[in-house]
Each structure stands twice: as C-alpha cells, then as structure tokens.
Design a protein around this ligand. Structure first.
Ligand SMILES: *[C@@H]1O[C@H](CO)[C@@H](O)[C@H](O)[C@H]1NC(C)=O
Ligand SMILES: *[C@@H]1O[C@H](CO)[C@@H](O)[C@H](O)[C@H]1NC(C)=O
Ligand SMILES: *[C@@H]1O[C@H](CO)[C@@H](O)[C@H](O)[C@H]1NC(C)=O
Ligand SMILES: *[C@@H]1O[C@H](CO)[C@@H](O)[C@H](O)[C@H]1NC(C)=O
Ligand SMILES: *[C@@H]1O[C@H](CO)[C@@H](O)[C@H](O)[C@H]1NC(C)=O
Length: 566
C-alpha cells in the first residue's frame, strides 16, 4: 500500500461491493457482547455472536473488545459433529463475517457438514468493537480515500516523497485519535490468542484453521505461539512471516514477474481469437506492452465509463497490470482487450477493470447502522505496521529500499515499496508483541501449505521458508499462476484439503495439482443447457465441488485480490 493509498494483499473495497450484494445486513450493534458463544440467527442460515475478549491478554485491566463471530452450523447429529473450522480470508483486515456470508456454503461443501464453518472480524476490524478509526466520520475517510488508486512510486520523481508525507500524516492522525487504544492491541499475536479462546469456547482444545494470503501469517503465528494446540492448520498463498514481522516484504515479489510472463506466454498459446493483445512471441507482446506504457506515461487518456470517469495514466495502467496478476484466470482476457483498445486511444475497457472492482464514487456516508463498518486503511495499517518492526527510515533510506527491491521485481512500486513507506509513517507499536522468527520445532500436527506455481505476492520461496520453520509440515503445489489456490478451481487441490481436515492425510512430497480452468478461457456459453468443458473428468460430486469452489473463489477473490484502499 502506498502511504497515501494502501496497496495491500487484498482488496477490501472489493469485499465491500460483494457485501453490498450479500443477504440483508444484520444489526451487530443489537447483540450484547458475551463471555460465551451465545448464538443468534443471522444472514439466513448463519448464526452470529459477539465474543468478549481482553484487549491485552497479559493485563485484563486494559479493557475488552467484542469480536463479531459468525458460523454456518454443522448439520449432523451430535455424535458425528467434529467441531469448528476457523477461516480467515486475508487482508489484513478483511471482514471474515462478510466473506463467510458468501463463502460459507462452499466451505462447508469443501470440508464437510460435520464441521461448524466459522469466521470472525479480527479485533479492530469491521463489526468487531472497538473499531479502529483515524477518521471522525465516514465522509472524512471517503475524502481521504477519494480520487485515485494507489500511485506508483515510479509515477514521478517525487512520488515517494509525497507518499511518505501522506504516511506521516496518517500515522500522526492515528496516534492522536486512538482514543480506544485498539491500535496497539490489534496485532496478529492477539488475533491468534483470540482464535485459541474461540476454539476453547467451542469446547475444543486444539485449532482447526484455514487461512489464505495474510491468513497464512495468522496461521503460522498461531502455530509458533501455540505449537501444542494445532489440530489442523492449512495455509494457502503462504507469505514469509519473518519478512512480514521485519517490515520487509521484498521476498514476496520473487515470482511477481513470472506471473506477468505467464500473461505473455498464455496469450501466445491462446491465439488472437482469445487474446486481443496477441503477437506470435512472448517477447513481442512484452515489447508492445513496454511501448504502450511509455505512450501512456507521456499522454494519459481521459475516460468516461458507465461507472465512473477518470484518467488512464501510468499509475492506473501499472496498477491494473499488477492487480491482474493476482487473478489471471479472471482478468487476463479483459486485460488483453483493455490494452489493445488503449493502443487505439480507447481507455474505457482498461479503466473499467479496476473501476468495476472498486466503485470509485461510492460512499455510504450515513452513520447508521454501524459506523465505520469498512474501516480501511485503519484495518490494514493497524495490523501490518503494528506487527512489524518500527521502521525509522529516512526518505533516502526508503528510496534505497525501493530500488534494492526493484532488483527482485518490476512491480515493487506497489506493495513491497509502498508498504515500507506506509509503515515508516506509523508510530503505534506495543512493547512485548510477538516477533520473528516464526516457527516451532514440533507442532502437535503438521501444517499443510499450498503454493501456486507463480504467485505475485506469495512466492514458493516464502512457502519454503515457512516450511523450514515448521519441521514435519508438508507443502504441495497447484499448477496455476495467481494469488492462492482460490483463484483457479482444482478438484485435485480441494481433495487434498478435504482429506487433510477429515483424516489428517498429507500429500506426498512433490505433489502437484492441475487446475480445472483455462487461462484466456472463452466466455462461458449462456442460456439453457450450458455446460462446463466436458474434457474434465467429472461425476456429479465433481460438479458440486466445482460449484462450491466457484462460490468460495467469488467470495474471497475481492479480499485476496489486492487491496486498493488507501
Ligand atoms: C440439514 O440437513 C437436512 C437433511 O440432511 C436438510 O433437510 C436441511 O435442510 C439441512 N439444514 C441446513 C440448515 O442446511
Ligand atoms: C520506472 O519506470 C521506467 C520507465 O517507465 C523504468 O525504465 C524504470 O526501470 C522504472 N524504475 C523502477 C525502479 O522500477
Ligand atoms: C530487505 O530484504 C531484501 C531481500 O529480501 C534485502 O536485500 C534487503 O537488504 C532488506 N532490506 C532491509 C532494509 O532490511
Ligand atoms: C512432538 O510432539 C508430539 C505430540 O505433541 C510428541 O508426541 C512428540 O514426542 C514430540 N516430539 C519431539 C521430538 O519433541
Ligand atoms: C484418509 O484418506 C486417504 C486418502 O484418501 C484414504 O486412503 C484413507 O483410507 C483415509 N483414512 C481414513 C481413516 O478415512
């Protein structure tokens, strides 16, 4: 995230647009916080409760928080019941509640209806209280966030300086306005403690957990803090937690350029009918993109689209490219179309890719029913910068950091570089918080790690480092570019996930799963009788599982597909 704009590992605002279509909202503020899981029916077949937790587990006098917890209850007899599986959709700061309302039935199909499928808004986030907020009103937040996507640190010669100033401003506001003191206590170690408490309130001693993207940091942190409390921990889109706590995400960009290469290669393979930016070789496509980028840098293009208007400039183009790398199976086709049209002076398709994900002119600025429901950037900075070491870089040091990171990938103008800049403006840190290295010699059950063949922000190198911290754990690979397994459906991957939870089976070392999806796929035929590609081996169960994976993918993609909040 740029300081100005938080470019995160996920896109909350996407989550926001999804939740807008979600079932009717629920008045969390009408639920009384409780020391136990006192469930109330909510969002159709779900149940909700607000669980009281201490703000500071080592000093209960500091005060309390109330976590918004939601479950899709198991639907089996008591004898068959197998307890809760906790789910975190990433972010950091993603709303588990909003995500589960959409993804819940898919997750229950994936893991089995003997489990309660559970999620929660981490402390400080969304429906959990006290909520982190640097802004006095939603309107104030909307104005701060208004106007644009994250700027590229490479947009102009003073982008970094400007972003740093914005980061310092936000850091000062945060420190001044933290009247509830939540910021210090919303770090990942406390969320891990909350997960243990929740598990115990369910009547279980050990955690069953599925976490994606930032959720991998949460899972690994839990395993390091409570190694003997692990029943199952599945992490997917695995980040290097040491890098996270050291506030240096450079390693996370190891495979970013590989994903861009898969755009070039995939376009050649797809051919001109399916890839509008087609050239006969990958190099030719790469050169064509470089030329277009230079043209746009010199001559930004104005666009008026049905959802919004704005300018396709260097930052927007680079942002759109980077965002597409998170979800190649969804965005490579539209990206190619957008680039080809932009060459001809029409920026509308390219502009729409991000504008549709993040409706730029939307602000629900009413204070009813729940103020600050979507509290980005607070949710992100409070966790990301609160977890990390205190970054005291000068502007020159920030520039040196960014240029050094640029040796790893051409996309560190976002995320890697901008997160460092954001955290250099952040001043709220709690003494005694959890620190790297993240690992444990002997967890009570092996962790299962999933990496994709090319993940733009969670490279295989990060997963291997995590694996090294948890001897006995197992890693397997899904052969698809994109961020986490959930950006392309795979019956093979889902079968291993299911077996791991249900009977503890771990994949053989070296296992690679193929996906049931195609890059640059033709648009699905519409109308009655529409069928999926029959070349996939499938029975009815497979059809059902693919539908479940699609549901989960649709729900989590917004949260994991890059956050363009600010
Ligand atoms: C639980 O399962 C029964 C039968 O298996 C089904 O009729 C019912 O709709 C299910 N309830 C929910 C909430 O899914
Ligand atoms: C900034 O952009 C220029 C061209 O647009 C490129 O040549 C240069 O490598 C970029 N710098 C970094 C650090 O990525
Ligand atoms: C950040 O990490 C990269 C490699 O992952 C390393 O080259 C660089 O020196 C680190 N920077 C700082 C400030 O620690
Ligand atoms: C690791 O933990 C398991 C279960 O908690 C225990 O049975 C085993 O003895 C431990 N092994 C070592 C080497 O500590
Ligand atoms: C666990 O899963 C594996 C792999 O599918 C299967 O071979 C084995 O029979 C299962 N074990 C139990 C106890 O269900």
């Amino acid at each position: 995230m740029a300081p100005t704009f938080l470019v995160i590992l996920s896109a909350f605002l996407l989550a926001q647009s999804i939740s807008a279509q979600a079932p009717p909202s629920f008045r969390w503020d009408h639920l009384k916080p409780s020391k136990n899981l006192d469930w109330t029916s909510c969002y159709g077949s779900f149940q909700c409760t607000r669980l009281e937790v201490p703000l500071d587990y080592s000093d209960k006098s500091v005060g309390k928080a109330a976590l918004a917890v939601i479950r899709l209850p198991a639907n089996v007899s008591k004898a068959e019941y197998r307890g809760p599986i906790l789910f975190n959709p990433g972010g950091p700061g993603g709303s588990g509640v909003d995500t589960l309302v959409t993804a819940g039935p898919g997750l229950q199909m994936l893991f089995g209806n003997e489990y309660d499928i559970v999620s929660f808004d981490p402390r400080g986030v969304s429906y959990s209280t006290p909520v982190a907020s640097f802004f006095l009103t939603d309107a104030e937040r909307a104005v701060w966030n208004a106007g644009s996507l994250p700027t590229s640190l490479n947009a102009s010669s003073d982008s970094l300086e400007h972003d740093f100033a914005r980061a310092k401003l936000l850091g000062q506001l945060a420190a001044q306005r933290d009247t509830t003191k939540i910021l210090k206590y919303m770090t990942t170690d406390n969320v891990a403690r909350d997960m243990l408490l929740m598990t115990q309130k369910f009547g279980f001693g050990k955690l069953k957990y599925y976490g994606i993207s930032y959720g991998s940091i949460l899972g690994a942190t839990f395993a390091a803090m409570f190694p003997d409390k692990v029943e199952r921990i599945l992490i997917d889109g695995v980040l290097d937690a040491d890098a996270w706590y050291n506030a240096n995400l450079t390693i996370e960009a190891t495979d970013t350029d590989k994903v861009l290469q898969s755009f070039f290669d995939g376009c050649v393979t797809a051919g001109p009918d399916l890839c509008a930016f087609y050239e006969p070789t990958a190099d030719a496509i790469s050169n064509r993109l470089a030329a277009l980028t230079q043209t746009i840098r010199a001559n930004p293009v104005p666009v008026i689209s049905p959802v919004a208007y704005g300018i396709v400039d260097y930052s927007l183009l680079r942002n759109t490219l980077f965002t597409s790398l998170y979800v190649p199976y969804i965005l490579f086709g539209p990206l190619a179309q957008g680039l080809a049209a932009l060459e001809k002076g029409d920026g509308s398709i390219l502009f729409s890719i991000l504008a549709q994900q993040q409706p730029p002119f939307q602000c629900d600025c009413s204070s009813d029913p729940v103020p600050f429901h979507l509290n980005n950037p607070e949710a992100v900075l409070g966790v990301l910068c609160g977890d990390g070491v205190d970054v005291t870089d000068t502007v020159d040091e920030l520039r040196a950091f960014y240029l050094n990171a640029a040796k790893t990938s051409q996309f560190v103008e976002f995320l890697v570089g901008s997160n460092r800049v954001s955290c250099a403006g952040w001043k709220v840190h709690r003494e005694g918080r959890f620190k790297a290295p993240v690992g444990a010699p002997n967890t009570s059950f092996p962790l299962l790690l999933l990496t994709t063949s090319a993940d733009p922000v969670a490279p295989k190198a990060a997963a291997l480092k995590t694996l090294a911290g948890f001897p006995g754990s197992v890693i397997f690979e899904q052969n698809s570019p994109g961020h986490t397994s959930m950006t392309a459906p795979s019956l093979c991957t889902s079968n291993y996930f299911r077996q791991y939870f249900r009977n503890g089976t771990l994949p053989e070392p070296g296992t690679v799963c193929q996906v049931d999806a195609q890059l640059f796929a033709p648009p699905p035929p519409s109308g009655p009788g529409r069928r999926r590609d029959r070349t996939l081996s499938e029975g009815d169960g497979d059809e059902e599982m693919l539908a479940a994976l699609k549901l989960i993918g649709d729900a989590v993609r917004p949260v994991i597909s890059r956050k363009v909040g600010r």
